[in-house]
Ligand binder design. Structure first.
Ligand code: DLL
Length: 435
């Protein structure tokens, strides 16, 4: 793999500023953001008053813990534009996430917000090793999802040649990567595996592809999957985190020179880790739920947004800003099976570590009588004989029992039998009757 470490002179001053400088900037921006929400968003105004706090009560960053949380339910209750802090006419773009249940959550951007977002995406892509002049192939979905357009604006701003393919029609993705000479690709990690399968199906050697950098996010993935993608394509695979309620992609990014978790762009977002149950703020290094406050957003200032994403805060390495450890999963995706808590990402690690299996899987949850049961549906790698499938399933069953301590059923099908998605993978299929 090429050394793509950035020239230190190409970094923005704030990327290497001292902690003091960063926190001073955060405090002044946070004061503005809280006042902006309080004076312009009826929901924030009422919530602050109910909690007995006023923006002027914030004297130091830690005072944020006195302010109320914002949840997805608050965004839904104020559907569609009730959380906006500017007149609708000032909103130049809307995005929305459908979620699995209920109303969509709608997010809006002023022209300045779009500019901030493009700037953060440019900074993020540079941290991953993308450079001006690169051909950037974007397989993230375009449309209401923030992935496609978020990357698109950042790459154009950097001066790249953008190929806005969006997801789907996988054989054409391969053709365009090869014909246009794509050097960077952006997609969900699971869709990149579909692209990899397609390379092999076409008899092409992925390690000879022009790709040098892959930027993946939108869903949890593991180090094992990174190793799989990097090994096959001979390219750097970096993790990108974000969520529409906070801005979209561009909240935190992995730096190519360290690949040790995601540098959080703390000049625009304030992060806290809380105990999901009690809501108490936890110290750096402790695992918990990530809570984010926007510091500069005009259209949708968001105060203490409960992301449901589980991770921890770590000190800066490649940049002076703090890092997030790779997201383990969402609290809503945690499976509790006979008292054992686990995330789909832990199953992913075991599937990828098992020779003979393809890196695609789904988890089915059922209820047999009063007990929940779980079946991991995987598929054999191309070229594995049918007769070997049962042995593969048994091997994975044993491995999961040994490492995670639970007995789960495993079934191994033929290549292609696990449903694919061209965006975020569906990892859990919940077949339990609704209570
Ligand atoms: O997924 C934004 C995005 C697009 C990020 C492209 C990265 C790349 P939403 O659709 O609002 O926005 O979903 C946000 O996806 O709360 C996490 O649960 C999950 N997620 C996003 N990135 C990662 C990641 C976009 N790198 C939700 N690792 C978040 C783990 C991720 N989970």
């Amino acid at each position: 793999m090429l050394d793509l470490s950035p020239d230190p002179r190409s970094l923005e001053a704030i990327e290497t500023a001292s902690r003091d400088q960063i926190e001073t900037l955060q405090l002044s921006r946070l004061k503005w953001s809280l006042a902006h929400a309080y004076h312009n968003v009826a929901h924030a105004n009422a919530a602050f008053k109910a909690a007995g706090v006023h923006p002027d009560d914030l004297r130091q960053l830690s005072d944020i813990s006195r302010f109320p949380f914002t949840t997805k339910a608050d965004l839904r209750a104020n559907y569609p534009f009730g959380m906006f802090a500017v007149p609708r006419e000032k909103v130049v773009r809307l995005h929305a996430s459908s979620g699995t249940t209920g109303k969509a959550t709608v997010v809006g951007y002023t022209a300045k917000d779009i500019d901030t977002w493009a700037h953060l995406m440019e900074r993020s892509m540079r941290a991953c090793g993308t450079r001006p002049g690169d051909v950037v192939h974007l397989s993230f979905g375009y449309g209401l999802f923030t992935g496609g357009l978020g990357f698109h604006y950042g790459a154009e701003r950097m001066g790249c040649t953008v190929v806005p393919v969006s997801g789907g029609v996988t054989h054409r993705q391969v053709t365009l990567i090869e014909d246009f000479g794509a050097t960077t690709i952006g997609s969900t990690p699971s869709y990149m595996l579909s692209i990899l399968d397609e390379y092999r199906a076409q008899g092409r050697d992925p390690s000879k592809s022009p790709l040098r950098v892959g930027i993946f996010g939108g869903e949890p993935w593991t180090h094992a999957m990174r190793a799989e993608i990097e090994g096959a394509f001979d390219m750097h695979a970096l993790d990108c985190y974000g969520l529409s309620e906070v801005i979209g992609p561009g909240v935190a990014i992995e730096c190519v020179e360290t690949k040790d978790g995601l540098t959080l762009w703390e000049d625009h977002f304030l992060a806290e880790i809380i105990d999901s149950e009690s809501g108490a703020v936890l110290p750096d290094g402790a695992y918990g739920e990530l809570v984010l406050t926007s510091l500069t957003k005009e259209a949708l200032p968001i105060v203490r947004y409960r992301t449901r994403d589980l991770t921890r805060l770590l000190p800066g390495t490649a940049r002076s800003m703090r890092r997030l450890e790779r997201i383990r999963g969402r609290s809503d995706d945690m499976i509790i099976l006979r008292g054992v808590n686990m995330f789909p990402s832990q199953i992913e690690e075991q599937v990828l570590a098992h020779p003979g299996l393809a890196p695609h899987f789904q988890i089915e949850l059922r209820r047999d009588g009063r007990m929940d049961s779980m079946r991991v549906v995987v598929e054999a790698a191309v070229g594995v004989e049918m007769a070997a499938h049962e042995g593969l399933a048994l091997g994975l069953h044993k491995r999961i029992r040994q490492i995670l301590g639970v007995n789960v059923e495993v079934s191994a099908g033929v290549p292609g039998s696990v449903p694919r998605s061209d965006g975020k993978a569906v990892r859990i299929v919940d077949l339990r009757p609704k209570r």
